[in-house]
Design a protein around this ligand. Structure first.
Ligand code: AHM
Ligand code: MG
Length: 331
């Protein structure tokens, strides 16, 4: 079904129109959040353009610096980060921005002058860039308008996110977003320069015999993960792993299955970052009817962070598939 010509969807809905439509459901809304979402949309269109042109513009490869996580910064990590900082910096409602690429959150306005904290991973999976693989931007928005928020006020549990989403720069540019009213999907139409809504209220399949994790780390996984993998392989499961969270989670959200990044010897707390990778993905997955856990007892969205770049183990996806993993971890 085309986004432009459906019988039950006579009007074309762009992301902009969708955001304004959802804003009307909150009579007290001032439009500040909508304005921030629109800045994110513009940023990701600019980043999409850089990603498409990366080899032509000779911006592939490392900058030669390490970010705060001790990882090599790619040139496009830096470009994408600057695009987001510049676009969001101008939006009045933004009090704080925090990025995977910056050691400390950047205070733009005091409590009272800005209402929101915007956290992001500007270019997730950027090592995939050199081989033209899928990469993405992940974002999370928290309120920051309470006097209690003044010191490290961004350290809030993911359950408090007011919006979350990601953009996948793949064979097409896809934006997935939730403001707590389900998950909606948009595709960037390069001909008109706008994200066009292609699906509303997306639901993740309950089951799918598919798992996604870096099996190369298997020798140092906690035993329960290996028991799960033995069980899954004996039961005809397929393995799919791109190595870019946005691309891997996008497939799980649409087709079902389970995505995991377990603790390893190299990353004993897991590799993925809680506040701008795991939390936004967990919100989308739960809003689509899935599950997102750090351990059998710990829902990701309930974790109260103690540091902006904190890491967390991740098990998320179809409810039945997450349950299979948790059962093996609990044995
Ligand atoms: P990055 O934010 O530095 O790009 O790292 C995060 C990425 C995720 O996209 C992906 O799930 C994971 O790292 C892959 O890690 P590994 O190469 O260890 O499998
Ligand atoms: Mg990342």
């Amino acid at each position: 079904m085309s986004a432009y010509s459906s019988n039950n969807q006579p009007t074309l809905v762009t992301l902009q129109a969708h955001i304004l439509e959802q804003q009307t459901r909150f009579p007290e809304a001032t439009g500040t959040l909508s304005w921030i979402l629109s800045a994110l949309s513009i940023s990701t269109k600019i980043i999409a353009n850089h990603v498409r042109r990366a080899r032509l513009d000779d911006v592939l490869g490392n900058v030669g610096n390490e970010n705060v996580q001790g990882e090599q910064q790619q040139k496009l990590d830096v470009i994408a980060n600057e695009v987001l900082l510049r676009t969001l910096g101008k939006r009045e409602g933004v009090a704080v921005v925090a990025s995977e690429e910056n050691e400390e959150p950047v205070m733009l306005r005091q409590v009272g002058e800005g209402k929101y904290c915007v956290l992001f991973d500007p270019l997730d999976g950027s090592s995939n860039l050199d081989v033209c693989g899928g990469v993405g931007t992940i974002f999370s928005i928290l309120r920051y308008d309470n006097p209690a928020h003044s010191e490290n006020g961004w350290l809030q549990a993911g359950a408090k996110q007011v919006a979350a989403g990601y953009v996948l720069y793949g064979s097409s540019t896809i934006l997935m977003m939730s403001i707590g009213l389900g998950v909606d999907m948009f595709v960037l139409d390069p001909a008109i320069g706008a994200f066009v809504r292609v699906a509303e209220q997306l639901k993740i399949p309950h089951s799918n015999k598919s798992y996604s994790l870096n099996e190369g780390n298997r020798l140092t996984f906690p035993a329960g993960y290996n028991k799960y993998l033995d069980w899954a392989q004996a039961h005809g499961y397929s393995s799919r792993y791109v190595g870019a969270m946005v691309a891997d989670v996008h497939r799980i959200l649409l087709k079902g299955g389970v995505f995991m990044y377990p603790p390893t010897q190299k990353a004993p707390k897991g590799k993925l970052r809680l506040m701008y990778e795991a939390n936004p993905m967990a919100m989308l997955i739960e809003q689509a009817g899935g599950k997102a856990m750090a351990t059998p007892q710990q829902r990701i969205l309930d974790i109260v962070p103690t540091a902006i770049h904190q890491r967390v183990p991740v098990i998320l996806g179809s409810p039945n598939e997450v349950d299979h993993v948790l059962a093996h971890l609990s044995e």
